[in-house]
Write a protein that binds this ligand. Structure first.
Ligand code: SF4
Ligand code: SF4
Length: 145
């Protein structure tokens, strides 16, 4: 019998990885999680985040990414200030104890680009042409033939 559980990993290619990481060794007491089923993608929460850790998730149509867009929070960078949960007009961002935030994230996240199934990393590399770059012959390998 095969193990069909999906392992979720941080997407190393997301532009959020270029933003400054949270300071301090311990996570904050609380972390914010978007209940995406109630999110309208209105973007109100984004402006009030002092560490810019709320990211847009585009809708399914690449030609009109704002349609059915949602947001997600980078748990690795959230400092738990609660601004977003207070600002959201639809009350769809909840604060969780740090220890509970990842399971809440798993329950409430429908679409994520910050955290992806491990098996999708190759697909993302293809998207950016990174697999091709890895496979491309180097000058020294050409010389050796
Ligand atoms: S709790 Fe504060 S730091 Fe965390 S995502 Fe919301 S606004 Fe940003
Ligand atoms: S303010 Fe609320 S509804 Fe609007 S994008 Fe943020 S989480 Fe979604």
């Amino acid at each position: 019998m095969t193990d069909e559980r999906n392992i979720i990993v941080e997407n190393p290619f997301h532009t959020a990885r270029l933003k400054p990481i949270r300071k301090g060794k311990r996570p904050p007491k609380l972390l914010a999680v978007v209940h995406q089923s109630g999110c309208t993608g209105c973007e109100v929460c984004i402006a009030g985040c002092p560490v810019d850790s709320i990211e847009l998730v585009p809708g399914p149509n690449p030609a009109n990414p704002q349609f059915q867009q949602t947001v997600e929070i980078d748990l690795a960078r959230c400092i738990g200030c609660q601004n977003c949960s207070q600002d959201c007009p639809w009350e769809t961002i909840m604060m969780y104890e740090s220890n509970d935030a990842f399971s809440a994230w798993g329950n409430e996240t429908l679409f994520s680009e910050l955290y992806v199934e491990e098996t999708k990393i190759d697909e993302i590399k293809d998207q950016y042409g990174l697999n091709a770059a890895e496979e491309a012959p180097t000058e020294s390998s050409e010389d050796a033939s």
